[in-house]
Design a protein around this ligand. Structure first.
Ligand SMILES: [Zn+2]
Length: 219
């Protein structure tokens, strides 16, 4: 199955983001296969990036992470989708594969049809992955991913993996984190009718979507 030919598991339903931020459009999830591969980490909860997320215990399941030099990307600026180019972009596909390898096979979606409005999904540079906020284990898995994404690296770079991957904003379990306002941390998100309790959403900068950030260029 091609990366751009998502199989829909529910009818398309567009949910406008109604938080205090610029609008984004989310849509349903699709299935894809993968191999389970976990990397356990024993790491303390000592930094502010944890704020707003429920973190259980000390054991984190994190994606395999290359070691990087100190040089790191600027935070992604807000650059909302305006065009129709639904083919899944390679950086987004890489991150989808990384998440499924780490946390197990599950529904996901990248490119969505352009009918009904534009969004990063319509440009193939947004990713939805199914996690259930009402399941303790699924919620922990998603929280572990965001802990990995936003923790400082060994050089002291804040939100290191989010910057290296070119994450523009993330929405999960009634909260939103925005790379273009990083000091605000996770803020309440009241997306109606979808508060992202059955999946999380990642929007990518064009640089990240096209593998031009340091996750790809410095490894
Ligand atoms: Zn989405």
């Amino acid at each position: 199955m091609g990366e751009s030919s998502n199989r829909r598991i529910r009818p398309t339903r567009r949910d406008l983001v109604s938080a205090v931020v610029l609008g984004a459009v989310v849509a349903p999830l699709t299935y894809a296969g993968s191999v389970r591969q976990k990397q356990e980490g024993e790491v303390p909860l000592v930094h502010s990036e944890d704020l707003g997320l429920e973190l259980v215990g000390w054991s984190r399941t994190m994606p395999p992470t290359p070691s990087f030099p100190a040089r790191i990307d600027r935070y992604a600026a807000y650059d909302g989708g305006t065009r129709c180019a639904t083919t899944a972009k390679p950086g987004v596909v890489d991150v989808k594969n990384l998440i499924l390898r780490t946390y197990g096979d599950r529904p996901w979606s990248i490119g969505h049809p352009c009918t009904g409005g534009v969004s990063e999904h319509a440009e193939g540079r947004a990713l939805d992955v199914a996690f259930n906020a009402y399941s303790r284990s699924s919620r922990k898995a998603a929280n572990d991913f965001f802990w990995w994404l936003l923790r400082p690296d060994s050089h002291g770079n804040r939100h290191a993996m989010a910057r290296r991957l070119g994450i523009m904003y993330a929405i999960w379990n009634r909260k939103i984190w925005r790379a273009y306002r990083p000091d605000e941390g996770w803020l309440p998100y009241s997306g109606t009718p979808n508060p992202h309790t059955n999946h999380f959403h990642l929007s990518f900068s064009w640089a990240g979507a096209l593998r031009r950030t340091t996750w790809w260029t410095l490894r």
